[in-house]
Design a binder for this molecule. Structure first.
Ligand code: SF4
Length: 310
């Protein structure tokens, strides 16, 4: 008898990642090579390899981009100092920062202008956090955990504000926020949550999946924040969640022992990789597919005007 794959919906590419990929494709159509990209366009090896094959040169520092060249800023954004360095060297910058990340940059600038100390809940060293913190380096403190929130000593300031990385676990973020609210009763927050719609929707979908099936495959990059959070959320909901970043990482023993398996994918995981894994699962007897939909997504960001005709 055929075994079943239950697909979480939504899963895979979010609007911000699709936007970054569409911008990169438009630039490749419009401009002659080489095109440089600062940091990974999105945190997924398959996507980076695809664009590398198409002639994109990925670099980790703006200093590696020659004057006069074109550089793409990734979906995670960059600090203002990097934009300034690019402009100073005559580098044409094309910005693929996700609009939800841009919103957090605006919030930090607004709080910084008010003289507030800013707690940025997120993962130190993540590209998005580096970019956001760079808006006000003297005023932003990155906080990774409830313990760090307890130890946080804001420098002399008119008050304390908080913003968050867009791809965090909602439950873990709430624990850190609770500490900050207790310690700073006048804590300023943003009007709406910084955790983006795609992160929230994928976490809710994987929670529903974990309630339905004890084994859940989470497809995506090992350094993709939202992918790692999906696996954590599935485990917290009681499932045996396995991160799969390549087909040879499928847990053969576990798959042989079950008749159905749940599957989701991080926001930077391309559909082509999901299909490859589904084909590998079908070859192992998981030929039936079911979808468990928790919400339907409709968000789409248009191309920047300068590229819209490409
Ligand atoms: S996960 Fe959210 S913030 Fe990150 S690129 Fe996607 S939509 Fe934007």
């Amino acid at each position: 008898m055929d075994k079943t794959v239950i697909l979480a919906s939504p899963r895979g590419f979010c609007a911000g990642v699709r936007h970054a990929v569409e911008i990169a494709e438009a630039v490749l159509r419009q401009l002659p090579p080489p095109l440089y990209a600062l940091n990974e366009l999105v945190h997924n090896r398959q996507v980076v390899e695809l664009f590398t094959r198409r002639g994109v040169c990925f670099v980790r520092s703006i200093d590696e981009v020659p004057p006069g060249a074109t550089v793409l800023f990734s979906a995670h954004g960059v600090p203002p100092a990097v934009r300034a360095a690019a402009a100073a060297r005559g580098i044409r910058a094309i910005d693929a920062t996700c609009p939800f990340v841009v919103k957090v940059h605006h919030e930090v600038r607004r709080f910084a202008a008010e003289g507030l100390a800013i707690a940025l809940i997120g993962h130190r060293g993540h590209d998005e956090v580096v970019g956001v913190a760079g808006e006000a380096p003297g005023q932003v403190t990155v906080i990774e955990s409830a313990g760090e929130a307890e130890a946080f000593q804001p420098r002399e300031a008119r008050g304390v504000a908080v913003v968050t990385q867009t791809t965090l676990s909602a439950a873990e973020t709430e624990r850190v926020l609770a500490v900050l609210r207790r310690r700073f009763p006048a804590l300023r927050t943003t009007a709406a949550d910084d955790i983006c719609y795609a992160t929230t929707n994928r976490q809710q979908a994987v929670q529903a999946l974990a309630a339905r099936t004890p084994l859940v495959l989470v497809l995506g990059g090992r350094h993709s924040s939202n992918t790692l959070r999906l696996a954590e959320v599935a485990r917290a909901a009681g499932a045996d969640a396995r991160l799969v970043s390549a087909c040879d990482e499928l847990p053969a023993d576990r798959l042989d022992a079950v008749t159905e398996v749940g599957l989701t994918a991080g926001a930077s995981t391309p559909e082509a990789f999901i299909e490859t894994v589904l084909a590998a699962l079908a070859a192992r007897g998981f030929a039936r597919r079911e979808t468990l939909e928790t919400v339907r997504e409709t968000i789409h960001f248009p191309l920047p005007r300068e590229l819209a005709g490409a």
